[in-house]
Design a protein around this ligand. Structure first.
Ligand SMILES: [Zn+2]
Length: 413
């Protein structure tokens, strides 16, 4: 299994491979992403799975059961951020393939069908929105939204999906919507907890959801030499206070949470006009606050907003707050977590229950079907980074757990 996992990882990661040190760039629906999905679709065909595709470019490989439904589905994604790693998403697809290969090898027949899905466009890098494939799959992406979403170059998602259709529909049959018994996703943790605690698997109880906002301060651009300190309306200095406040407020709320996580980040600052000799007239801050607890998150967001209002009036600047996103955290199914914990105990795998700070396709699928998310460690907790690593043997261990869960839920005949 180990050798095959390494081979699959290498083969998939030939697509979008950058010069050494710059990782993988396989943006959603790009030619590299399409090629990677087609390669895995071929692996599915080779394993005897029935391959199909839906309107969103999600690709399914189904291994029939005695009955046609419900389907026990595993999956993840193959698209990456620019200069991303080899394992984010890809590890989950490779593990799902390994689990199915093992079931085939052991000639296991199941009552319910078992499947693999490659969800399209999980990362937000191209469209500014994430989880597009899994949102489409679960009915959480409206036709109106599809019409309004564009990529960074202004290309419409609708047009891109139509082109995808042309490519994929020629090769694969249309996916026949089937109710799911459950959805299982393996993913690298993208954080340092498992490695720090010396655990091999994380069973995710809750997935944090983001609230995102853009805060703009309008001051007055003026000559940096001729405007006295007391007469300035410096938008950037005002924004700097907000950056510090977001850290303080989110730190405080994270301490208050007895169960769960809360984090806050100002990840982007746009300064206008952005010249060394001009007092900055305008600043825009992009703020991302995530938590597993909606109530606490709402309080933190409100406190940041109040801080912005008070600061603007104190410093006599105009301000604007635009809420970009306000999502609900997702709790995953406790019964499935207990079953996965039993499997880990049986296999003597050191595991822990934990939270996910990052969003995953499982959080979309969980809005409609019972879902579980399993984490494996990644080196130094690094992800969305060319130096992202994961051990093939940890992927294999995760695949074995997936296989046991499949056999349990799809019911061996
Ligand atoms: Zn991912």
């Amino acid at each position: 299994m180990l050798k095959q996992i390494k081979q699959d990882l290498d083969a998939i990661n030939t697509f979008g491979k950058n010069p050494p040190g710059l990782g993988i760039t396989r943006l959603a629906y790009s030619p590299e992403d399409l090629a990677a999905r087609k390669l895995v679709a071929q692996y599915m065909v080779d394993e005897g799975l029935e391959v199909s595709t839906d309107f969103y470019g999600n690709i399914f490989g189904i291994r029939p059961g005695l009955e046609n439904e419900p389907l026990v589905l595993m999956g993840s994604h193959l698209d990456t951020v620019p200069e991303g790693g080899k394992y984010d998403g890809t590890a989950g697809i490779v593990a799902a393939l390994a689990a199915v290969r093992q079931i085939n090898k052991e000639n296991i027949s199941t009552r319910y069908p078992v499947g693999i899905v490659i969800f399209a466009a999980e990362e937000s890098s191209r469209f500014g929105q994430s989880l597009l494939g899994s949102r489409g799959f679960t009915g959480n992406l409206t036709a109106k939204q599809i019409e309004s979403i564009t990529d960074l170059k202004g290309k419409s998602l609708k047009k891109i999906l139509e082109r995808e259709q042309d490519c994929l529909r020629r090769k694969y049959r249309p996916y026949k919507p089937t109710p799911l018994k459950l959805y299982l996703e393996l993913h690298i943790e993208q954080g340092p907890i498992l490695e720090r605690n010396n655990k091999k698997l994380g069973l995710v109880q809750k997935i944090a959801a983001p609230s995102r906002m853009s805060v703009t301060f309008q001051g007055c651009a003026s000559h940096s030499g001729a405007t006295p300190m007391g007469l300035r309306k410096d938008a950037l200095v005002t924004g700097a206070h907000v950056i510090i406040a977001v850290e303080r407020i989110c730190h405080n709320y994270s301490q208050l949470l007895k169960d769960g996580t809360l984090v806050g980040t100002v990840g982007d600052v746009k300064v206008t006009p952005g010249a060394m000799n001009v007092v900055p007239g305008k600043v825009e801050l992009l703020i991302d606050i995530r938590s597993t607890d909606m109530d606490t998150k709402s309080k933190a967001v409100a406190e940041v907003q109040n801080y912005v209002k008070d600061l603007a009036s104190e410093r006599r600047l105009d301000y604007n707050i635009e809420i970009l996103e306000d999502q609900e955290p997702i709790a995953l199914n406790n019964e499935i977590i207990a079953t996965l914990a039993d499997i880990c105990d049986e296999m003597a795998i050191p595991y822990q229950r934990m939270y996910s700070g990052a969003g995953h396709d499982a959080m979309q699928v969980a809005t409609k079907y019972d879902s579980a998310l399993l984490f494996i460690p990644c080196g130094g907790g690094l992800s969305h980074n060319p130096r992202e690593t994961a051990e093939a043997r940890d992927i294999a261990l995760g695949a074995s757990v997936l296989q046991k869960a499949l056999c349990h839920y799809a019911e061996i005949l």
